[in-house]
Design a protein around this ligand. Structure first.
Ligand code: CUA
Length: 313
């Protein structure tokens, strides 16, 4: 498999890429040939039949049957080739092999959550073994997002209220970008992730270690890790800078003012409530865009985040 990429395409790192790329190139080069023919024809005819005298239009040709058949039949054949070829690949991309490893993908503003059969979960990082088909069962908690891994040549919309499916088989270890390619609001361009493709053994070790996350760490250290891995960092800084959400710096113990005129102490319960029911209290000056982490974070992880935020003086 081509792993260096070309002028047009990034390296191909999945089994389906070998089917997508030839189709892409066929469309690209057919379009270039058509473009040249059409533009050259346009330029030639506008010169050849430029206005030269008053009686110019008297000998105008009305039609040419062979020519008309040609410009109808040739494009029709091209369109049929692209349709049949594209449809076959499309079906292949969406019907996962029976033995595929299944991962549940949840999109929400503005991060990706991956849930594995073992009960492990991860945010913005999909870990998979190479040489094994992986089926993604995807849904959204809010608006339409789109899951795109250029190196795998897969892209699929992720919708609320229904599942969409796409699958891939990575051909070699590596780390590949995940993009959201459906404009989903303020944080759209920040909705980034990585696919980490590892060996079978590393995958098993990762599943094992992610089920006893935080072991050997203090609650503050574990919280600091979660702050990054659970994507809090996308909207909240720890240095006082305002992003989509307020910074966590020096917040603990202060009084927060809300849009309904009320206020509350920024304490442990306030942090917990904000993580699980972000719309309960809306801080003045910010849009109510924080997603709930209900079902994403376990109690022990929330405790660690509380400890971490508390430590940010
Ligand atoms: Cu999610 Cu754009």
């Amino acid at each position: 498999m081509d792993s260096t990429g070309t002028l047009w395409l990034p390296p191909a790192n999945s089994t389906i890429a070998g089917e997508v790329d030839p189709l892409f190139h066929f469309i690209l080069y057919a379009s270039i040939v058509m473009f040249v023919i059409v533009v050259a024809g346009m330029v030639y005819f506008s010169w050849r039949y430029r206005r030269r005298g008053a009686d110019q239009l008297n000998h105008a040709t009305t039609h040419n049957t062979p020519l008309e058949i040609a410009w109808t039949v040739i494009p029709t054949i091209l369109v049929m080739i692209v349709f049949v070829w594209g449809f076959k690949t499309f079906i292949k991309m969406h019907v996962a092999p029976k033995d595929a490893l299944e991962v549940k993908v949840t999109a929400q503003k503005w991060f990706w959550t991956f849930d594995y059969a073992s009960g492990a979960n991860s945010v913005n990082e999909l870990v998979v073994p190479y040489g094994k088909p992986v089926k993604l069962l995807m849904s959204s908690r809010d608006v339409i997002h789109s899951f795109f891994v250029p190196n795998f040549r897969i892209k699929q919309d992720v919708l609320p209220n229904r599942y969409t499916i796409v699958w891939f088989e990575a051909t070699q270890p590596g780390t590949y970008d995940i993009f959201c390619t459906e404009f989903c609001g303020k944080g759209h361009s920040e909705m980034l992730g990585k696919v980490k493709v590892v060996s079978d053994r590393e995958y098993a070790a990762w599943i094992e270690s992610s089920s006893n996350l935080g072991s050997g760490l203090t609650p503050e250290e574990f919280g600091a890790q979660l702050y990054k891995t659970k994507a809090c960092i996308t909207c909240h800084t720890i240095d006082g800078t305002k992003l989509v959400g307020p910074s966590f710096k020096g917040k603990f113990g202060t009084t927060e003012k809300f849009t309904d005129g009320s206020s509350a102490l920024f304490d442990e319960n306030y942090i917990r409530e904000s993580i699980l029911q972000p719309k309960a209290k809306l801080v003045v000056g910010y849009d109510p865009v924080m997603p709930t982490y209900q079902g994403v974070l376990k109690d022990q992880q929330i405790d660690a985040l509380v400890a971490y935020i508390k430590s940010l003086k």
